[in-house]
Design a protein around this ligand. Structure first.
Ligand SMILES: [Zn+2]
Length: 126
């Protein structure tokens, strides 16, 4: 599910909230629920926390590298690996069990993500 719409940018384009999405995904038999793509990791901290609050299943978060911008005729994702990875701890704190990257991310984003997560011991509340 991708959340990039609504006043707080925490709904799908069709207006589905994170909580509604969890219910629908679980009813469809999902073993893991989550969010991908969207408008960057900072906006998925809240989405992740809202999903975590209503599910005991693993939560998977795979944000894009920031808010996409048009550069000429190309879509560009502006967030550099360090900026992208700086939200890793907040995502883990919000309850993410799996963190990855969608549009605009590459090996360097994931390497920084791993480095940030490995640098801080996990204090899981879930
Ligand atoms: Zn994407």
């Amino acid at each position: 599910m991708s959340f990039d719409s609504g006043k707080e940018k925490t709904q799908t384009i069709m207006g589905v909230s994170p909580e509604q999405a969890v219910v629908e995904m679980e009813e469809a038999g999902a073993w893991m629920v989550g969010a991908n793509c969207g408008l960057g990791p900072e906006l998925y901290v809240r989405v992740c926390g809202r999903m975590r609050a209503v599910t005991s299943r693993p939560v998977w978060v795979k944000p894009s590298a920031g808010i996409p911008q048009m550069v000429g005729t190309e879509i560009a994702y502006p967030q550099r690996p360090d900026a992208f990875a700086s939200f890793a701890l907040q995502l883990r704190e919000a309850g993410a069990n799996v963190i990855g990257g969608c549009c605009g991310t590459g090996p360097d984003h994931i390497k920084r993500l791993v480095a940030v997560l490995a640098s801080q011991s996990s204090v899981r509340k879930h």
